[in-house]
Write a protein that binds this ligand. Structure first.
Ligand code: C5P
Length: 230
């Protein structure tokens, strides 16, 4: 039916932001609220899809009819997404995944020294790379057309190029089918209820602009683009 264009489709959406623990009370995190990912899951469920939402550290209520898997770290998110992606038609990576994690986890709280001869002493946190989950999903798909893989790119324009320039470069590098590019900054996008995005498609110069609009309206535009590929 026209109202259920995703009926019979299995989709996976990752949402929120990963947290990489330093010790039992501290983590490296980011400003992602998860709202755009939840909106994507909500709209997909409304369109008839069987939705698994892999949620990293979100404070949002699970959308009705959606299976939610809660994770914290990038490595946990990768495991959950890969498991759900095994029989999925679409994977949308809307989560903000930490590119780095602390090399070591301190089992007890890291303390400051009380040595009066070294009052400025501070620890150095060594980081290691996290896997690029999106790129690994694309690599694992190989020559198959399924699942359709959608990436997000939070970009800021700078002297080396515009937000769209950076998006095109990223789409080519990541190899996913669609890249949803949004402009971010201190007050833009993160935690907000509205979003403005540009949807880029692999192998096409056509750009779909969505917003400023509610994150559900942006999600609808993303699923419209996915449905054209399915
Ligand atoms: O390279 P960048 O982090 O800007 O790419 C963003 C896209 O890649 C998002 O779809 C995000 O979910 C995904 N990503 C990932 N694994 C990472 C970093 C980002 O899957 N380690």
């Amino acid at each position: 039916a026209a109202a259920q264009p995703l009926a019979g489709r299995r989709v996976v959406v990752s949402a929120g932001g990963t947290r990489e623990p330093l010790d039992p009370v501290r983590f490296l995190g980011n400003r992602s609220s998860g709202k755009q990912g939840y909106a994507l899951a909500t709209v997909a469920a409304r369109r008839g899809a069987d939705v698994t939402l892999v949620a990293a550290n979100t404070a949002l209520t699970a959308p009705e009819g959606v299976t939610v898997v809660r994770v914290q770290t990038a490595l946990e998110l990768q495991l959950a997404v890969e498991k759900a992606a095994a029989d999925a038609d679409v994977v949308v990576m809307a989560a903000a995944v930490a590119d780095f994690r602390p090399k070591a986890y301190a089992a007890s709280k890291i303390k400051k020294t009380h040595d009066v001869t070294a009052p400025d002493e501070a620890p150095t946190i060594e980081l290691v790379r996290n896997p690029d989950i999106l790129a690994e999903l694309v690599a694992a798909r190989g020559d198959e057309a399924s699942p359709v893989i959608v990436g997000f790119a939070a970009e800021t324009g700078d002297e080396t190029g515009s937000v769209l320039d950076h998006g095109r470069t990223k789409l080519a590098r990541k190899g996913c089918d669609l890249l949803v590019v949004n402009e971010v900054g201190e007050t833009k996008t993160f935690g907000q209820d509205e979003n403005t995005v540009h949807i880029l498609r692999q192998g096409s110069s056509h750009v779909v602009d969505a917003g400023p609009a509610s994150k559900e309206d942006v999600a609808a535009a993303v699923w419209d683009a996915v449905q054209q590929i399915l």
